[in-house]
Design a protein around this ligand. Structure first.
Ligand SMILES: Nc1nc2c(ncn2[C@@H]2O[C@H](COP(=O)(O)O[C@H]3[C@@H](O)[C@H](n4cnc5c(=O)[nH]c(N)nc54)O[C@@H]3COP(=O)(O)O)[C@@H](O)[C@H]2O)c(=O)[nH]1
Length: 844
């Protein structure tokens, strides 16, 4: 399924939305779980903290209670002593009061009896306390609990520890104050079978030498203090509903503020639930104490409520202290704090939810913004692509130098134009244009000048035709103009005329005055081709024909041109294999010293015999070889072969001979000619001064500096340089001066009508004179008759060649000639006179 941009944008938006939702849900879930988990943890911590706090409170309360009880217990003896001292002090006051009152009024014995009987009935400590009187001899005077012992000595009375009780009492008053405490053990009223610790306080009653005292059991006071302590504990509150319970280790409930009815009862008498609790408490006590939990009836409450308790032992009194708190309180406190926690969690969750909703909203807004931005970017991208496609199309379809349509666009317009012409039954013309000798300008003045010239020419071409016509550049100096909607071929000729006129003339390019002419070939649709390919090929052929006809003109395509083009192609194809198939040979045209008639050299001329084409003239194949570049191989071969051949003749004992080899402009430009020449000389052993290279003027007209460098290198090798076909081209004297050439060859065109044609005669004489003046050898080529020969010899032309003397000869014929004459000598050497009759036929 094709993915459109709208779908892409939607998908992007939905994807982003989904992502944001997933993220929001994920984060929401995470935060919720995290908060819940935190809440649970905090709640558990809180419960543990509260429990800990309560336990600490219970423990601290117990510590305080233990301290209090310890103090109470520690005060037992002091309380006892204080109390019995108060009692004895009162008894002494009474005795002294009676003695003071009755002294002198009654006999001493009566006073004694009065005091004894006054003190006898006195009771305290809930009736169990009494006063006793003993004399200093240890005899009992008053003992209300055993009157039968009164009058008897108690001096030897001992307790269960063997302590002499009476003696202890006597010791207690044996001090200046006559008072003191004495500790001993005696039968306790609650358990007459066993003795218990007792403290007595005695004071000396001097009037009768008595000691009056009383004693009290420590356990009795301690019990009282315990009772007081229990009452204090009853009033003790821990927190709101915390209280203290006391159970004796023997199982008696001593204090139960929540259930006073149970006090004084053994726990086994209580209801089973309470029994179980107390048993558990006693077990905990037996284990050293600690925290426990149980359910207990609160006062006036039938419902069992959970309590947290701490059990602790009061060892001295065999008490088990139980401080307890209602767990309800703990739960209430916990619930309150959990509520706060929950509130915090809820507000945390709400904040998280709000943040997530906000984030979601922001993300949505962001996604929308991104979508909008992307839409704009896509639009911009399309606009950019369209613009760059336009630029690309322009770039791909136009020539970068002239901005004219290039071959691609021409082809497409030509195809369209052919279709139109087919539909409309009209004609169209294709004008193939090539600048005449543009290459020379390019090579001599440089590419920048050439490019500017092309731009100017293209401007003039475009200005000369209608805007509906297409002026295109194929490359180099080739232009094609497409003219549509023609009714007659003459209209194409008019366009060609206009183009020639528009472009003909001077061009000022960077200070150079340049003259430009065009050659135009015209092909018409449908007569010269029904497709673009054919029309272009035929217009090109017509353009070549225009060139061949002297340039600066236009030619319509004809069938003959086509044949020529085909022939050109065939020659090129067959020439490619000519070297490898040894179809090429060199013929040698002898050159003679015109003054002496001596054979001085020869010109090597290429010959090609093809099995199909037969003997092909150099005029036909040299141009093709130059156009196709094959001349590079052919020329190199000719150079090596001619040097080798001349030396071969010499090695055969034939006379040494100069040899002139033609060098094409293409060869001069591209191949490393000096290196080739050096190699040919070295390989053959031919002395350099016997080799002459024939260059055409067009070679010298090209890039002067480069030409000069190559020529200098050639001169350094020692070879001779000849200017061939002099007079047909630029015939520039400056070349002769500038390049220091050795030989001037007068073109045969000027020789052929000598001596009758005055112009050519004057020209020939001028060239001969010029060569002489410049110290150059002058060679006349194409001497066909004696008049020409005489004229040239008369005017001092040094050397001549032509059919008059000999046609170009095959190597064996040349060898035969050399053998016959045996007189060949280098330039300037004396030679035998040559007779025209000695002319040798070119077997070609
Ligand atoms: N670059 C190379 N060019 C070569 C080579 N071989 C030949 N050529 C060039 O081909 C052109 C035609 O040459 P060709 O057909 O060989 O003609 C030469 C002579 O046969 C011809 N000639 C000589 N004497 C006469 C004459 O009395 N009458 C007459 N009608 N023709 C005559 O002239 C041609 C030699 O010309 P030139 O080279 O200018 O001295 C020609 O341009 C050759 O240069 C090659 O190997 N390389």
């Amino acid at each position: 399924m094709a993915m459109t941009e709208t779908t892409l944008l939607r998908l992007q938006f939905l994807g982003m939305l989904a992502l944001v939702l997933i993220l929001t849900l994920g984060l929401g879930t995470y935060f919720t779980l995290h908060q819940t988990h935190s809440y649970r943890e905090e709640s558990a911590t809180l419960e543990a903290t509260i429990l800990g706090e309560q336990q600490a409170r219970l423990a601290s309360s117990l510590d305080t209670l233990h301290d209090q009880l310890q103090q109470i217990r520690a005060s037992t003896e002091a309380v006892l002593k204080r109390d019995i001292r108060q009692q004895v002090d009162q008894a002494l006051q009474i005795a002294h009061a009676i003695h003071a009152r009755e002294q002198g009024r009654r006999p001493e014995e009566e006073i004694r009896q009065l005091i004894v009987e006054t003190l006898r009935p006195l009771r305290f400590y809930d009736g169990r306390g009494y006063f006793f009187i003993d004399d200093l001899a240890g005899n009992c005077v008053l003992l209300p609990t055993a009157p039968e012992r009164e009058g008897s000595s108690l001096l030897d009375n001992r307790d269960d520890n063997g302590h002499y009780i009476m003696r202890g009492l006597l010791d207690a008053v044996a001090n200046p104050e006559g008072r003191g405490f004495s500790r001993y053990r005696w039968y306790a009223p609650e358990n007459p079978q066993a003795m218990a610790d007792k403290i007595a306080y005695v004071r000396l009653f001097e009037p009768f030498g008595w000691l009056i005292g009383t004693g009290e059991y420590l356990s009795t006071i301690e019990r009282e203090l315990q009772q007081q302590a229990l009452e204090q504990l009853r009033a003790t509150r821990i927190g709101l509903d915390g209280y203290v319970a006391v159970i004796h280790r023997d199982g008696r409930v001593l204090l139960s503020p929540s259930n006073p009815a149970a006090e004084g009862r053994h726990y086994s008498e209580l209801p089973p639930a309470e029994q179980a609790v107390i048993r558990a408490i006693l077990d905990a006590s037996a284990a050293g104490g600690g925290f426990t939990r149980y359910d207990w009836h609160e006062r006036n409450d039938s419902e069992l409520k959970p309590r947290l308790a701490m059990v602790s032992n009061q060892e001295d009194w065999n008490w088990v202290l139980v401080t307890s708190l209602s767990l309800d309180e703990l739960h209430v406190s916990l619930a309150k704090r959990q509520e706060r926690l929950e509130e915090n969690m809820r507000s945390g969750l709400l904040t998280t939810a709000a943040a997530l909703v906000l984030a979601l909203a922001l993300a949505l807004a962001f996604a929308l913004l991104i979508k909008r931005w992307l839409t704009r970017r896509f639009d911009q991208y399309h606009a950019d692509i369209a613009a760059s496609n336009d630029r690309l199309r322009v770039w791909a379809e136009s020539d970068p130098l002239t901005q004219l349509p290039n071959r691609t666009l021409l082809r497409s317009r030509l195809d369209g134009a052919i279709l139109n012409a087919q539909r409309e039954d009209s004609k169209l013309a294709l004008l193939f244009i090539d600048l005449d000798r543009f290459k020379n300008i390019n090579d001599s003045l440089g590419h920048a000048i050439g490019d500017n010239l092309l731009i100017e020419v293209s401007r003039r071409l475009a200005g000369a035709v209608r805007t509906s016509d297409t002026v295109s550049r194929l490359g180099g100096d080739e232009f094609v103009v497409l003219v549509e909607h023609l009714q007659q071929a003459e209209q194409a000729a008019q366009v060609a005329d206009k183009l020639l006129q528009a472009t003909n003339g001077q061009y000022d390019i960077a200070g150079h005055e340049l003259a430009v002419t065009l050659s135009i070939g015209i092909a018409l649709y449908p007569s010269d081709g029904s497709d673009a390919e054919t029309l272009l090929k035929n217009a090109d052929a017509a353009m070549y024909h225009a060139k061949a006809l002297g340039r600066n003109n236009y030619q319509f395509f004809t069938a003959a041109m086509n044949a020529r083009v085909r022939e050109h192609l065939e020659v090129e194809n067959r020439l490619r294999q000519a070297l490898s198939r040894s179809e090429l040979t060199l013929h040698y045209q002898p050159q003679f010293d015109l003054a002496s008639g001596a054979l001085v050299g020869c010109e090597a001329l290429m010959r090609w015999h093809n099995p199909i084409l037969g003997q092909v003239s150099p005029d036909k194949f040299i141009g093709v070889a130059e156009d196709s570049g094959l001349i590079l191989h052919l020329g190199e071969w000719a150079l090596f072969e001619s040097c080798r051949q001349v030396m071969d003749w010499e090695h055969q004992g034939l006379p040494g001979l100069n040899v002139a080899v033609n060098v094409s402009a293409v060869q001069f430009r591209h191949a490393d000619l000096p290196a080739q020449v050096q190699a040919a000389l070295e390989q053959s052993g031919l002395p350099a001064e016997r080799l002459e290279l024939e260059l055409t003027e067009s070679v010298l007209a090209e890039n002067r500096e480069q030409v000069r460098i190559t020529l200098d290198r050639l001169k350094q090798l020692g070879v001779r340089l000849a200017m061939d076909d002099f007079g047909t081209g630029y015939s520039s004297l400056s070349y002769l001066k500038h390049f220091k050439l050795d030989t001037l060859k007068i073109d045969r065109a000027f020789i052929s009508d000598l001596p009758g044609c005055d112009d050519h005669a004057a020209l020939a004489v001028a060239i001969i004179g010029m060569a002489e003046a410049l110290g150059m050898t002058c060679i006349a080529e194409g001497i066909e008759n004696a008049d020409q020969h005489d004229f040239l010899r008369w005017h001092g032309c040094a050397v001549g060649q032509g059919f008059l003397f000999s046609r170009p000869l095959s190597a064996p014929d040349m060898a035969a000639l050399l053998e016959r004459r045996g007189e060949a000598a280098p330039h300037g050497a004396p030679a035998a006179a040559l007779r025209p009759a000695a002319a040798v036929a070119d077997r070609d």
